[in-house]
Write a protein that binds this ligand. Structure first.
Ligand code: OAD
Length: 244
């Protein structure tokens, strides 16, 4: 692929890269995206599966849905896009701010990751907040109970109507302000506050590179939009390092 020369120059001079990623980066690993042709939210109602009130109304059903998704995630591997981002750490200060809950950046070897929407492999008690991961007990399709207080255990993902938890978003904002290039990969960039990350990066002077199959809400703000599969484009960007 012949990248735009302005981008090649910026990439050569950059020290800090931020990768803001969404479901599209994991599509080539076999995990369905939320929107678009085969998107999950075309077939399922998010408010019935991904909200606290749905969980309290029917905890077993919501748990079973997450258990199903957890099994899919466990059965997949990171793809060449995730690996290329991890490999770039050898040459740059690389941060990943992801909306994905699938753990694939970590499994690919990235070391600095902020998970804005949580992680499907972590769980916590709704009453006492004790954390559990899948090694802690055998999960099946029935919602487990906390060993300390018998409360319901829920996945540590951000549901509709919930605020982002922890430090992920402030960390992401800080990184957005500090990066030289912000790559926006495989996201429709319509879910807020997550989508403020690339907007903040732009406001603070970063060069914005979008990698997506098609134009998105962010395309107008991007300095460079590269259309295609992230699993093919990111390894080619990694190869630029050796050509620079
Ligand atoms: P979406 O499903 O909204 O968007 C996926 C994007 O990836 C689309 O723009 C696709 O064009 C693009 N895409 C698909 N395959 C690709 C590929 N191989 N290479 C590059 N791009 C590809 O997913 P997100 O933007 O991540 O929130 O969705 C944001 C949030 O909405 C999710 O984190 C989730 C959801 O509701 C919560 O669960 C809180």
């Amino acid at each position: 692929m012949d990248f735009k020369s302005e981008f090649k120059e910026k990439f050569k001079k950059a020290k800090s890269l931020l990768f803001f990623t969404g479901a599209g980066i994991s599509a080539e690993s076999g995990i369905a995206t939320f929107r678009g042709k085969d998107g999950l939210w075309n077939k399922l109602k998010p408010e019935e599966l991904a909200s606290f009130s749905a969980f309290m109304k029917n905890p077993d059903m919501v748990w079973e849905w997450y258990q199903y998704r957890r099994n899919i995630v466990e059965g997949t591997l990171p793809n060449s896009g995730h690996y290329a981002i991890a490999e770039l750490e050898k040459y740059y200060n690389v941060d990943v701010v992801t909306q994905n809950v699938d753990n694939l950046h970590e499994r690919a070897g990235s070391t600095k990751i902020d998970e804005l929407h949580g992680s499907i492999v972590r769980n916590f008690c709704v009453d006492c907040n004790t954390f559990y991961n899948h090694q802690d007990f055998e999960f099946d399709n029935k919602v487990p109970r906390c060993k300390k207080c018998n409360g319901l255990i829920r996945p540590d993902v951000v549901w509709f109507g919930e605020n982002l938890r922890g430090h992920a978003f402030p960390n992401g904002e800080r990184k957005a302000k500090e990066c030289d290039i912000c790559f926006v990969v495989g996201t429709s960039a319509i879910v807020y506050p997550a989508a403020y990350i690339p907007i903040t990066a732009k406001q603070y002077g970063a060069y914005i590179v979008e990698i997506n199959l098609e134009p998105t809400e962010l395309s107008d703000q991007a300095d460079y939009s590269i259309y295609g599969k992230s699993g093919e484009i990111l390894p080619q960007i990694l190869r630029l390092v050796n050509n620079n």
